[in-house]
Design a protein around this ligand. Structure first.
Ligand SMILES: [Zn+2]
Length: 68
């Protein structure tokens, strides 16, 4: 009998990357880190675009493309 060890350990592998977001308020485009640990604001109008959550940041802006 084949014994399969129970090793279903979920290794947290955060795939951090940069995304280009468009400010929903003014349309300004900027590159942000999707695991940002600090709030990111639009450089043009000051609208908050990213809310840090401790893991993957919550992006409030429109994600236009992902840079890998
Ligand atoms: Zn803006």
């Amino acid at each position: 009998m084949l014994f399969v060890p129970k090793r279903r350990v979920l290794i947290p592998k955060p795939k951090s990357r940069f995304v280009q977001v468009v400010c929903p308020n003014c349309g300004y485009k900027q590159i942000i880190f999707d695991h940002a640990t600090f709030p990111v604001r639009c450089l043009s109008c000051g609208e908050q675009l990213v809310v840090p959550t401790g893991g993957k940041a919550k992006i409030l802006g429109i994600v236009e493309r992902v840079l890998e």
